[in-house]
Design a protein around this ligand. Sequence first.
Ligand SMILES: Nc1ncnc2c1ncn2[C@@H]1O[C@H](COP(=O)(O)OP(=O)(O)OP(=O)(O)O)[C@@H](O)[C@H]1O
Ligand SMILES: [Mg+2]
Length: 264
Amino acid sequence: MAEPLLEARRLTKRFGHVTALGEADFTAYPGEVVALIGDNGAGKSSLVKALSGAVTPDSGEILVEGRPVRLESPLDARRHGIETVYQDLALAPDLDAAANLHLGREIYRGGLLGRLKVLDSAAMRRSAVKAFAELGVDLKDVGAPVATLSGGQRQSVAVARAVAFAHRIIFMDEPTAALGVVQRGRVLDTVRRVRDRGICVVIVSHNMPEVLSVADRIEVLRLGRRVARFPAAGTSVEDLVGAMTGALDTAGGPAAGRGEDGPR
Ligand SMILES: Nc1ncnc2c1ncn2[C@@H]1O[C@H](COP(=O)(O)OP(=O)(O)OP(=O)(O)O)[C@@H](O)[C@H]1O
Ligand SMILES: [Mg+2]
């Protein structure tokens, strides 16, 4: 079995008296699509945020390629090759799509102008047009402020940004939730293409058929803990729902036999 690319061990995160994560484990391997599923409030977004530096866990360990790391900010995570499309999108509404794509990674003009930190808007626009074309995102004007785009278009901009810059792992927290059928298909195609480049994609979704069609493996959270892991092949929607709701639990504990050392 390959070494995990990213591993969470016993992550705990409390918000006041709410335990969002209670000793949650998570594992991702290179070149796979992992679906992270669970009911509303199970802790999926909290786990994604903890693994992408947006929230700091109270305790537990995060390992990148076997080495313990501290991810104190999204920038820290980016330095480790981790990109994230958040459920509550983090775009700058007043900037255009091209500028959002390059947010924090602006391209500067060459020579003296570069030393004066003059932005190369034309270069950013060209690279944005290319990134959106690859994703099949149809934007009339990459120069229009993101605030004027539809929810689905904004989501596509966020996906394009993550895809353009990730070099190890991309977290996508419900990336298709706001999308129409065609756009949803394109995002899923992109997920597969990115995976085929050897990058791991972790996708949070409530759409079980979508999960089974795009994921290689599924990890299930319930009440802030990992309770089951499944290979997508041979797994049914009923299996997933059973693990999510606890219906599969037996006297052997949470989702007996499919927990820590469940099938890969
Ligand atoms: N910033 C916060 N402040 C207080 N409580 C929070 C905060 N973020 C999350 N929680 C709580 O932690 C728990 C887990 O929330 P989280 O957003 O991780 O769930 P989720 O699995 O992503 O749910 P959904 O499917 O609805 O997106 C919930 O009870 C939620 O209310
Ligand atoms: Mg969520």
